[in-house]
Design a protein around this ligand. Sequence first.
Ligand SMILES: [Zn+2]
Length: 147
Amino acid sequence: MIPGQIVFKLVPLDAMRYPSAGDWWQEDDGTLIVTAVATPEDPRSALLVQLHELHEALFCIAAGVSEEDVTRWDLGHLDSEEPGESIGAPYFEQHKAALLLEKFAAMRMELDWDDHEAILARALSTKSQNTEACTGPTDVSIPPASE
Ligand SMILES: [Zn+2]
């Protein structure tokens, strides 16, 4: 469904549906929710994650890749640093395209890519004090696809 509205949320790590720098899903009315972990060290990193997730979501919607398939894949590859880059990921192409845009935007914002990745790694290893959960589907108990 083409989103009629897009909502960006900047959240602490423990408010993400699962440990990840960014996430997206659509509400029943089509509203696209894009979340990114806050990166107080350099806000540009969170902006880049929002940009990545937004484009990945739009590319997936355009290609008919469902958020459920993406989430199922991610949950089945939680040990992976970048599940979208794993062979067989249902959103492999969409992730790669979003990554290109993210890299272009990082260059445009004059944020070194290695620095950006290091900032995200630190943001993902920091436990936040904020326990206020992000409003959104929390049913992350989708069983892994049988293969
Ligand atoms: Zn991605």
